[in-house]
Design a protein. Structure first.
Length: 240
């Protein structure tokens, strides 16, 4: 009867409880890291924004990175809403607003407004088709989440791997003056944070597509070490 009124504590119960208690602070830390480093990466476009206002032109500024990053942000924003992940929602909402601002300013100063408008219209058409496909043709939420996650992952991997041709040119010219070291750092930190965040949540759609970002950043670090930039020469910066 004495044992009946007592609680029996299993040997590992306190350890498991401690791990679970640690889970929330770790998740909050990773979430804050993802937010800070990704916004730092997105903020690299502010230099282009300033240049457009100062020069009143879009010379030496690429439009396609703004457009593709906007698609990427809006896709992950949809995934975040569907999953109920506020880290994804906040980061990509801010990213989408920034990229849309860059697009509008680029359109305002661009002398080839028709070409910019056609590309932007194409983006809107792709987003509309994507919305119809994922929301109207896939009624099951879990299936929709899986397919949308796969699309976001593949699109992100493509974006991270797209500068490889430019990196080949750097090796050929033996100059790293055209890439940004601060942007390389923020890309590495953001990719690492999202990889750890995805692994912590056991969401491979978040973790896997950021691995190429880590790999390409390491390659850039090696290039900076092997081909130190010449401060006396200036080149156009390549986008991440």
């Amino acid at each position: 009867s004495g044992l009946a009124g007592r609680r029996i504590r299993l040997p590992g119960a306190s350890w498991v409880g401690g791990v679970r208690a640690m889970g929330l602070p770790v998740l909050q830390l990773l979430s804050a890291a993802c937010l800070a480093f990704t916004l730092g990466m997105f903020g690299s476009g502010l230099s282009d924004l300033r240049q457009m206002f100062v020069t009143q032109s879009v010379e030496n500024i690429q439009f396609l990175p703004f457009l593709t990053t906007d698609v990427n942000n809006l896709s992950w924003l949809s995934y975040g809403f569907l999953k109920g992940d506020w880290t994804l929602i906040l980061v990509n909402a801010i990213g989408a607003i920034l990229q849309t601002l860059y697009i509008l300013v680029y359109f305002y100063f661009s002398p080839e407004k028709r070409a910019v408008l056609l590309k932007t219209t194409g983006l809107l058409a792709v987003l509309l088709l994507g919305y119809c496909y994922f929301n109207l043709l896939i009624p099951d939420i879990s299936t929709r989440l899986a397919r949308l996650g796969l699309f976001c992952s593949l699109f992100t991997i493509t974006m991270y791997l797209s500068p490889l041709a430019d990196l080949a040119k750097i090796i050929k010219t033996r100059s790293t003056q055209c890439i940004s070291f601060p942007l390389t750092i923020t890309t590495f930190l953001a990719s690492s944070s999202w990889t750890l965040y995805g692994l912590f949540l056991k969401d491979l759609y978040i973790a896997i597509p950021n691995l190429p970002g880590i790999a390409t950043s390491i390659v850039r670090f090696w290039l900076f070490w092997h081909f130190p930039p010449d401060p006396n020469r200036t080149y156009k910066l390549l986008h991440a």
